[in-house]
Design a protein around this ligand. Structure first.
Ligand code: YNC
Ligand code: MG
Length: 388
């Protein structure tokens, strides 16, 4: 039973396989004058706050809430530790709304105890480009869990999205509720196997020694593909063309223009790394790869406190084989001292995961759409979308 989700315009479990239902919006937009004008009520002693993530103090409060209360693995050994620079990048794409960065404070002490965000995005679902919100960073302080605060946070962000005349949303979660449009799996490629084993992120394989394991994951010192280099600002038009063509083959994918590419893909130190292949002969940009930086806190370990993880973002191969391109991505991640390189089985990633020695993780990641029904669940390889 899902007392909250059963009341929402989302695909319901009971409708799975009902061929009389059509794909597309579940509820029609209402006139903006009919959208509730006041915020939802919070329990006594709590108040809403709109977060100015550019303010150093505000950003610090959000950072601290997330660093102590955001997503952990099933065994509570690791917790995501988004950096402040990352949060600023993730929350301020072209056309963002400050009103969609929503906190909850204790009235008396002003302590921040809950958070949720939306950012605007154009997402293509099959043939239709839909202006929607991407919802992320839903977090309730550990001491306030299971008190039904999350549904209030979700209703409030929904109200503020409606006020901007948007009626759909995309989001991902590690847990199941009505109803995923796809279920994906994380894969992990060890770059620093000794540390990963020491902190319990991975285990020494059967009949493996530490020295054989280190040898197994060893990578070349430098990249292999001629013309492989960091993306620069003047590459934005070429990368945009490359990525738009590539993403058009997936059932669900962002509709990136040059402004989006500049924001989401231009390298930003310790936030987003992007590389491309410029043909040494024609100077054409033929291939592209990118990863974002999202470290984990290591909880309760005597000698290590941080795991540096790279996450595969958008990759496009037209001339360099994808396997070779991603091997070069692993090599630069190793040069930059990442401990692990993570990737979902979305887009064409399955074609390189096993061969490049990624191992399957234990967590799943479910993708969702709000107020948009899909007739069937998609395969991970039909998804061209990566959320942060
Ligand atoms: C979740 N992650 O099922 P039912 S992902 C959505 N996303 O409702 P309570 C979730 N719903 O089943 P707690 C959810 N987790 O009874 C739980 N729920 O119908 C549902 N964790 O609420 C749950 N961050 O307040 C149930 O639960 C109801 O105190 C229970 O709070 C949940 O950002 C949470 O994993 C997740 O901080 C805040 O556990 C808390 O447990 C926590 O009693 C650690 O809530 C951090 C964490 C989630 C990361 C993410 C995406 C969020 C998407 C939200 C949905 C957006 C909908 C679209 C809105 C715009 C629409 C337009 C137009
Ligand atoms: Mg709660």
């Amino acid at each position: 039973r899902h007392k909250f989700w059963e009341t929402q315009p989302v695909g319901q479990f009971k409708d799975i396989g009902d061929s009389s239902l059509t794909e597309g919006p579940i509820e029609l937009p209402t006139p903006l004058s009919e959208v509730k004008q006041e915020p939802y009520n919070l329990p006594d002693h709590y108040e809403w706050v709109t977060c100015d993530i550019n303010s150093e103090q505000m950003c610090e409060e959000v950072y601290n809430l997330l660093a102590h209360n955001y997503v952990e693995d099933d065994e509570n050994m690791f917790r995501f530790k988004y950096s402040k620079e990352f949060l600023r990048w993730a929350l301020q794409p072209p056309g963002y709304f400050k009103s969609w960065h929503i906190g909850v404070r204790v009235k008396s002490t002003k302590k921040m105890v809950a958070f949720i965000t939306g950012i605007p995005a154009r997402i293509r679902v099959r043939d239709e480009v839909v202006h929607m919100a991407e919802i992320n960073f839903l977090c309730v302080h550990k001491k306030l869990r299971t008190k039904r605060l999350a549904p209030v946070m979700i209703k409030e962000v929904t109200r503020r999205v409606h006020l901007e005349n948007m009626w759909q949303a995309a989001y991902t979660a590690g847990v199941i509720f009505p109803t995923p449009i796809a279920t994906c799996q994380y894969w992990h490629r060890s770059l620093n196997p000794k540390k990963l084993i020491d902190v319990g992120f991975s285990r020494l394989g059967a009949r493996m020694t530490m020295s054989r394991t280190i040898k197994l994951y060893k990578l070349p010192e430098s990249t292999i593909t001629p013309g492989f280099r960091k993306m620069e600002i003047h590459d934005v038009p070429a990368v945009t063309r490359l990525i738009r063509t590539y993403l058009s083959r997936f059932a669900v994918a962002p509709d990136f223009d040059e402004n989006d590419v500049e924001h989401w893909l231009l390298p930003k130190e310790d936030v987003i790394d992007s590389f491309l292949v410029e043909s040494p002969e024609t100077h054409e940009v033929t291939d592209f790869c990118s990863f974002y930086t999202l470290p984990f806190s290591i909880l309760g370990h005597p000698s290590y406190s941080l795991l540096k993880a790279a996450y595969s973002f958008y990759n496009v191969s037209t001339v360099t084989p994808l396997l070779q391109l991603m091997n070069d991505a692993l090599i630069v991640a190793k040069q930059k001292d990442y401990d692990v390189f993570n990737a979902l089985d979305v887009m064409q990633n399955e074609s390189f995961l096993r061969e490049l020695k990624f191992g399957p993780g234990d967590g799943k990641l479910h993708y969702y759409l709000y107020n948009y029904r899909m007739r069937h669940a998609l395969k991970p390889s039909e998804l061209g979308l990566v959320l942060l």
